[in-house]
Design a protein around this ligand. Structure first.
Ligand SMILES: [Fe+2]
Ligand SMILES: [Fe+2]
Length: 318
């Protein structure tokens, strides 16, 4: 569902996807005191100074009319294509734009998880994230742990996607599976965003502090987005299974009590556990790694954990 107002429906888009000095071919709105105000007319562009001011005011979202979504999509597609192909654009700028696209896709997925448009946007964002990460080796550290405009779950989803696809590549996971992994990682915790607000707080509780009752409620999020997508012809079963298994451990303590996972599933579960420690236990990437090597032994394959440590060191994350 898009947001309702002024009799029309509106969809949020991250302001970084609009950018200064780039003409838009659809009107752009801001949401102020429950009213959508036209901020940019179709055919116009934001001047740099005005854009900087908005960023300074910590305004993160513009709105477009829902009827303009397709137009916005093609605007964003060509903007990304141009940016990722450009030799002049810095890696920081490329990372910022790809991050903004993934944030917009996750917002969209949260609002309307069952729609093909939301899924398409997430697939595109996942593809561009792969391009960014694999074509610009130094981009991982721009994307991972970036203090962006997003809430913790959105940032966590982007972190997990970026880290897991690059780690998967070192583990010789096939390209097609890396592709599924990138999409699943962006969507894996949409289920948390769909939970009631008081239940969402469980996201911030460290896993070893979750009570049996907490787990019952919290682990429901693994099915959260799946139930909207399961029978859709445009989604691959491997993506569904990756999402369903992201809280599993090799000791069978996850919601499905699986003790055997495929390599991509285990990578997603391990990276999810690692990044969540950083976010929920509020510790450094280095301390989270130490915790992984002590507290999570047995939950993941020892060789995989050791390789992950080598990988994080090599990438300069720790
Ligand atoms: Fe999760
Ligand atoms: Fe997660």
């Amino acid at each position: 569902m898009s947001q309702q107002g002024n009799e029309k429906t509106y969809t949020p888009v991250r302001i970084t996807t609009i950018k200064a000095n780039r003409e838009v071919n659809f009107p752009v709105f801001i949401h102020f005191k429950n009213v959508y105000l036209e901020y940019l007319k179709s055919g116009s562009q934001i001047e740099s100074d005005k854009y900087k001011k908005l960023r300074k005011q910590k305004i993160t979202k513009f709105y477009i009319q829902s009827s303009d979504e397709k137009t916005y999509q093609s605007f964003l597609d060509s903007f990304l294509e141009e940016t990722l192909n450009s030799k002049e654009v810095s890696v920081e700028e490329k990372s910022e734009l790809v991050t903004a696209q993934t944030e917009t896709a996750i917002d969209r997925m949260k609002d309307d998880p069952g729609s093909e448009e939301s899924y398409d946007m997430t697939r595109k964002a996942a593809k561009n994230l792969q391009r960014l990460i694999f074509e610009n080796p130094e981009s991982l550290n721009n994307v991972f742990g970036a203090e962006g405009d997003s809430d913790a779950i959105v940032q966590h989803s982007i972190n997990v996607a970026a880290l897991s696809i690059k780690f998967a590549k070192t583990q010789k996971v096939e390209e097609e599976d890396i592709d599924f992994l990138s999409t699943a990682a962006l969507m894996h915790d949409i289920g948390v965003l769909k939970m009631e607000e008081n239940h969402q707080e469980l996201f911030n509780k460290p896993r070893n502090e979750l009570t049996i009752e907490d787990k019952k409620v919290y682990y429901d999020h693994c099915k959260g987005v799946v139930k909207h997508l399961k029978d859709k012809p445009y989604i691959n079963d491997k993506v569904i299974e990756l999402i369903e298994c992201h809280e599993e451990t090799l000791q069978g303590s996850g919601p499905l009590q699986k003790m055997k996972l495929t390599k991509p599933q285990e990578i997603l579960a391990l990276v999810n556990c690692y990044d969540k420690k950083i976010i929920t236990n509020k510790i450094s990437p280095n301390d989270a790694l130490k915790e992984m090597m002590i507290d999570e032994l047995g939950n993941y394959n020892l060789d995989l954990l050791k390789d992950f440590k080598v990988f994080l060191k090599k990438e300069g994350v720790v």
